[in-house]
Design a binder for this molecule. Structure first.
Ligand code: ZN
Length: 311
């Protein structure tokens, strides 16, 4: 009986042990998954500090304003090295759209701007531009116009530009009839200028209407020189008095001036630029500022023909 009881007890114990084993296994099985997940969870905090540390640590100054500022700021440093490869002139042109303004190395040559046939309603506008650019010019004025507008003649001289003789009447049919006719008209023009500017004002500078190479007057060059005049033609022009000039835009005139000045520059010549100061030449006023900038960009120094040395 006792043996039977022991056997039963042993059986019960065995069953009980089996049952608790199942339970503990079940318990471990429930815990383990959570333990396996935990490292994943704890790894994340380890990772996140690394991620958050890098923005704050490495580029912290750039990283904090990143959301708004950096997108616009950071591309610039990568662009500027490209700009440094540009020439000084190109950089200057990027800065203000104008090349060479100011400190242009001089080329040792002179530019003589000349305005024929004035004065006119445009004289003051021309003088204003010359003053703004800090340059001077030579005005070959017609005596009859000068007598009508003496204040404009005085304004030319006051600006530092030169008043010169372009005959009294500019009536080529009359003045090119003979050397005497031409000299008489020139002397009348000289008297007009001296009456306005004073007897001491030098008035030996002159320009033949239509130039000294005009076939009607080329035989008179010697007579004019013998009478004590210095005459000047031109080797560049804006074309403001050429055929159809009234239909040409300021830009057309500017283009022609650039071409003709550049041709002389390439030969190493001084330039004498022909333009006109008459009521109908508003386009010359329009292009004058750009023309001066262009000529200055080549390194020319501006002067009046009164300052031009005798050849
Ligand atoms: Zn003329």
């Amino acid at each position: 009986m006792i043996r039977k009881c022991l056997a039963v007890a042993l059986l019960l114990c065995a069953v009980a042990m089996l049952c608790t084993g199942c339970v503990t296994q079940k318990v471990f099985a429930q815990v383990l998954p959570t333990l396996e997940n935990e490292p994943l969870v704890t790894l994340r905090p380890k990772d996140t500090p690394v991620v958050t540390a890098s923005p704050t640590a490495t580029p912290s100054p750039s990283a904090t304003p990143t959301p708004t500022a950096i997108p616009t700021e950071s591309p610039e440093p990568s662009v500027t090295p490209v700009n440094t490869e540009l020439s000084a002139e190109e950089l200057a042109s990027l800065l203000d759209g104008k090349i060479f303004e100011g400190d242009v190395p001089k080329n040792g040559l002179h530019c003589y701007l000349t305005f024929d046939d004035g004065p006119s309603k445009n004289t003051e506008a021309i003088l204003k531009i010359l003053s703004e650019k800090g340059v001077v010019a030579t005005f070959f004025v017609v005596g009859d116009n000068a007598a009508k507008y003496p204040d404009k003649i005085r304004a030319i001289a006051a600006q530092g530009s030169c008043v010169a003789n372009h005959t009294q009447s500019h009536k080529t049919d009359e003045i090119y009839k003979s050397a005497d006719a031409l000299l008489a008209d020139l002397n009348a023009g000289k008297e007009t200028l001296n009456s306005i500017l004073g007897a001491d004002y030098p008035t030996e500078l002159m320009r033949f209407p239509y130039g000294s190479t005009n076939k009607r007057c080329r035989d008179y060059r010697e007579a004019v020189a013998n009478a004590g005049y210095r005459y000047f033609d031109w080797n560049a022009l804006n074309g403001d008095a050429e055929h159809g000039a009234n239909k040409r835009s300021a830009n057309d005139l500017y283009k022609q001036l650039k071409e003709t000045v550049k041709a002389q520059y390439d030969k190493g010549n001084d330039v004498i630029v022909l333009m006109h100061d008459t009521n109908s030449k508003g386009t010359t006023v329009e292009m004058l500022g750009d023309a001066i900038d262009y000529i200055a960009s080549l390194g020319y120094e501006f002067a009046t023909l009164a300052d031009k040395p005798m050849n």
